[in-house]
Design a binder for this molecule. Structure first.
Ligand SMILES: O=P(O)(O)OC[C@H]1O[C@H](OP(=O)(O)OP(=O)(O)O)[C@H](O)[C@@H]1O
Ligand SMILES: O=c1[nH]c(=O)c2nc[nH]c2[nH]1
Ligand SMILES: [Mg+2]
Length: 171
């Protein structure tokens, strides 16, 4: 039986525990790669990993950028910026986001990353997960999943009853 997960044939469910571990692994990979004065997190998915990375790297200036995506048009770049980045944050260091670490939960088609990178061309872009199409837009990530996989984040899930295997759970 082929299951369908948000239009993708494969599912990659992530628990809070695993997400915390993976976000901390991202912080380990980032440590020693640069000295950042601020994090810009892409809401909403970037909020949770940004909190974890900020704690690990001792970064206390946190800015948000809000981008709304319209999934059917995403690859054509039809994204709307709902909340731009504070110009004071962009100006830090040499400008262009040179002192900024951008954090998101994942990069999929890369459409969101492309829009935010244009705002902060000199920033370091980090995500916890990456799919192949978006991977070239990310400087640092932890785990790659295939393009036909849907990642389920813990804040989007709840505990539900699972039927026993012999009662058709996989029938
Ligand atoms: O590489 P892309 O194809 O652009 O997809 C990745 C983006 O999609 C998701 O955000 P979404 O726009 O669904 O909003 P959310 O963060 O509020 O959940 C995810 O958090 C990334 O920001
Ligand atoms: O929860 C999510 N999982 C994904 O795999 C994904 N790709 C884009 N946006 C996404 N949101
Ligand atoms: Mg997002």
């Amino acid at each position: 039986m082929s299951e369908d997960h948000a239009g993708q044939p494969k599912a990659f469910p992530v628990s809070w525990d695993q997400f915390h571990r993976d976000a901390r692994a991202l912080a380990w990979r980032l440590s020693g790669q640069g000295e950042w004065s601020a994090i810009v997190c892409i809401t909403r998915g970037g909020l949770v990993p940004a909190a974890i990375v900020a704690r690990e790297l001792g970064i206390r200036v946190i800015e948000t950028v809000g981008v709304a995506s319209y999934h059917e048009y995403k690859e054509q770049g039809s994204l709307q910026v709902l909340k731009p980045v504070d110009p004071e944050i962009i100006k830090l260091g040499e400008g262009g986001g040179s002192q900024v670490l951008i954090i998101d939960d994942l990069v999929d088609t890369g459409a969101t990353a492309r829009v935010v990178r244009e705002m902060l061309p000199k920033a370091h872009f980090a995500t916890v997960y990456a799919k192949p199409k978006g991977r070239p837009l990310v400087d640092t990530f932890v785990t790659e999943v295939s393009q036909d996989t849907w990642i389920y984040f813990p804040w989007d899930m709840g505990l539900t009853f699972q039927p026993p295997i012999n009662q058709g759970a996989f029938g």
